[in-house]
Design a protein around this ligand. Structure first.
Ligand code: SME
Length: 152
């Protein structure tokens, strides 16, 4: 699945006839539509120097959590740790911000521009323990491409 999806996503990101936000929206839409265990897909970016994340393009149900302070929830922890965070069971996490009661698992992969963690891709799944190293490698590849675009 990821092998066939990857070239489509990278091609979409390369389309400089579209704005960066439109391309990121396209990535969210295609991931939500094509990956059965992805039920919400979004990008969060650092909100200036306010030590909080701000929701960018996303696909799936609207969320109240458009601003997340660094350190809070899975996303806020990744803003500080600079590491992928794979959560097989969200109920087992103390520091978790629930977006929807149907969500069982979450993966967050940070996005680095010139070595600096400037945001992340966040995926929620309604399937318990669905994520593998393949998801991590796939999302890292997407984020590396997004970083290339943002670096200009
Ligand atoms: N669950 C996230 C909050 C963002 S929503 O999943 C869209 C967290 O704990 O950081």
């Amino acid at each position: 699945m990821f092998a066939s999806l990857k070239p489509r996503v990278l091609e979409l990101l390369q389309d400089d006839s579209k704005t960066v936000d439109d391309r990121l929206q396209g990535v969210c839409d295609i991931l939500l539509a094509q990956v059965p265990h992805y039920d919400w897909v979004g990008f969060y970016f650092n909100n200036g120097d306010q030590r909080e994340l701000k929701l960018g393009p996303y696909a799936g149900a609207p969320t109240d959590h458009t601003i997340i302070p660094f350190g809070k929830g899975i996303c806020g922890q990744v803003a500080l740790s600079n590491k992928n965070f794979v959560v097989p069971d969200v109920q087992a996490q103390d520091n978790y911000i629930a977006c929807s009661l149907t969500v069982k698992a979450e993966i967050v992969v940070p996005l680095f521009v010139k070595g600096e963690n400037i945001g992340q891709i966040d995926i929620d799944s309604n399937t318990p323990d669905p994520f593998t190293g393949e998801d991590e490698r796939f999302l890292e590849t997407i984020n590396a491409k997004v970083a290339e675009i943002l670096e200009g």
